[in-house]
Write a protein that binds this ligand. Structure first.
Ligand code: AMP
Ligand code: ZN
Length: 489
């Protein structure tokens, strides 16, 4: 099978024709979440991006093994200082077991992705479930001379590595350059070089998550889990590795170094990095205080939000920009997406009502070619959506009797449009969504007004019937100082 998919290769910095190693099989690894708190909308963008990539590859007919890990050993704060166990810290804060923290936030992660119509991966391995594989990898790197032990910890030896290989090719960082911007080692540090990173870290007595190893009790370095688990499930060399742009360095750069130190070559043919969701141009991040949760976005319950937006409006908003571009959040942009999505889906729904004509007035093949051309050009979803709006235009013309398709062309057109809308872009018809809540609210305002009029006219039978029947339907109305409000019981 050959598909002309051009993807941007981060290592060669060019668009290259996608050639899976073992056609038609594709191995895809995506860095998953660190499960110590709720994921924010920025994290969600990255996972929706790779859901789209996965969906498109499956649509093209590839058999994709999609591996996305769960980081359930918490261990990193800054680029070079490893050792802070975020999961342990959160466990102390919430007075729960570390594994209760892991389960709680893993469940939330799954619930949210499901709500946004993301397909679960083929394999979802956890870091704690692969300690043995990680220890084996450390042993191999030590044996190959690219690591050293220091007081129960093992560090990757960047200088030894750089004598044979390049460190920094993926991120375009130059270690000497980095050196200028980084503090000098203070002599107390057990690392030999500032850029060395932990493969295995000795655990202090109070550290909760720790395991026995040949070097004593400790825990694996963050970068190691992805090297060990991707190799285990996808082999020493696989097709696509994804994650957010902020993982390029040091995480993915270090993954390449670890795999190369272990097996003599890099692990990945195509690196795909999703760009950041920003707020007023700044990366959305919990530590910056500019983040909100996907569920807050749906409810509209965050100071940054004017109103709630449905899951599919958010997905549409994200798909309207290319995955490798930054996307700035704003209420105006989301309101525009809400309108656009409604117009889009109204036409897709109306397609069911279109009747076939005796002759075709436009070419389905031309529209199809444009849609594939967009997606084959590095998963260009905004261009695909523009192509689908051309289809929307034709649907509306057909409804007005100004365009037509023969029976065979119409069914071809429908399956093409449905495949891109539902299978590739992952949209779904909305049911329990903010959009419906808005419609319900409008209807409720009408009912509340009818009840007010009934009461004004002292028509107690009508006003009591309204109240009782709403209650039976699970809706309560409350008289408040600001007026009458309603809520679901
Ligand atoms: P974490 O749980 O922090 O490792 O993040 C999970 C994923 O979300 C990673 O792939 C990050 O690169 C990605 N991510 C974090 N912040 C953002 C953001 N503001 N926009 C897009 N992706 C993000
Ligand atoms: Zn990773």
């Amino acid at each position: 099978m050959e598909h002309p998919l051009n993807v941007y290769n981060n290592l060669t910095r060019s668009k290259e024709r996608f050639v899976p190693i073992q056609s038609p099989f594709v191995g895809m690894y995506v860095c998953g979440p660190t499960v110590y708190n709720y994921m924010h909308l920025g994290n969600l963008r990255t996972f929706i991006t790779f859901d789209m990539v996965y969906r498109y590859l499956v649509h093209l007919g590839y058999k994709v093994r999609y591996v996305r890990n769960i980081t359930d050993v918490g261990h990193i704060t800054t680029e070079f200082d490893e050792g802070v166990d975020r999961i342990g810290a959160q466990a102390k804060l919430e007075q729960l077991e570390p594994m209760e923290i892991v389960q709680k936030y893993t469940n939330n992660f799954h619930d949210v992705l499901n709500q946004f119509n993301c397909i679960p991966p083929s394999i979802e391995p956890t870091a704690t479930g692969h300690i043995i594989e990680q220890i084996e990898m450390v042993k191999q790197i030590l044996e190959n001379g690219f690591a050293y032990e220091a007081d129960g910890s093992v560090y990757f030896d960047v200088r030894a590595y750089m004598q044979k290989h390049k460190y920094g090719a993926l991120s375009g960082r130059n270690v000497d350059e980095l050196f200028e911007n980084t503090r000098e080692l203070d002599g107390q540090d057990e690392k030999r070089f500032f850029a060395d990173f932990a493969l295995w870290k000795k655990a202090s007595p109070e550290h909760i998550m720790k395991w026995p190893s040949p070097w004593g009790e400790g825990f694996p370095g963050w970068h190691l889990e992805c090297s060990a688990m991707s190799t285990k499930y996808l082999g020493e060399e696989f097709d696509i590795h994804g994650g957010g742009m902020d993982l390029k360095f040091p995480h993915h750069e270090s993954e390449i170094a670890q795999n190369t130190a272990c097996c003599g070559h890099g692990p990945v043919r195509y690196w795909l990095h999703g760009n950041m969701l920003t707020v007023n141009g700044e990366k959305m991040s919990k530590s910056k205080g500019n983040s909100f949760l996907p569920l807050e976005l749906i409810a509209g319950s965050h100071p940054l939000l004017d109103q709630g937006y449905s899951e599919m409006t958010v997905r549409f908003f994200m798909m309207q920009s290319h995955y490798a571009s930054t996307l700035d959040f704003s209420n105006d942009a989301l309101k525009a997406a809400e309108k656009g999505y409604k117009r889009f889906m109204t036409a897709i729904d109306a397609l069911e009502k279109v009747k076939a004509g005796t002759a075709s007035t436009f070419s389905v093949d031309d529209l199809r070619r444009d849609c594939y051309a967009a997606m084959n050009d590095d998963f260009n979803t905004p261009i695909l959506i523009a192509g689908l709006f051309e289809c929307v235009k034709q649907i509306n013309l057909m409804l007005e009797g100004k365009a037509a398709l023969t029976d065979a062309d119409l069914s071809d057109f429908k399956s093409m449009v449905h495949a891109f809308v539902f299978d590739v872009l992952g949209f779904r018809r909305e049911n329990e969504s903010a959009g419906n809540t808005k419609a319900l609210d409008a209807a409720m305002q009408l009912v509340i007004e009818m009840r007010r009029k009934a009461r004004e006219n002292k028509d107690w039978t009508t006003s009591d019937t309204i109240r009782d029947q709403l209650k039976a339907a699970g809706i309560v109305i409350k008289d408040t100082k600001e007026g009458v409000d309603w809520m679901l019981e």
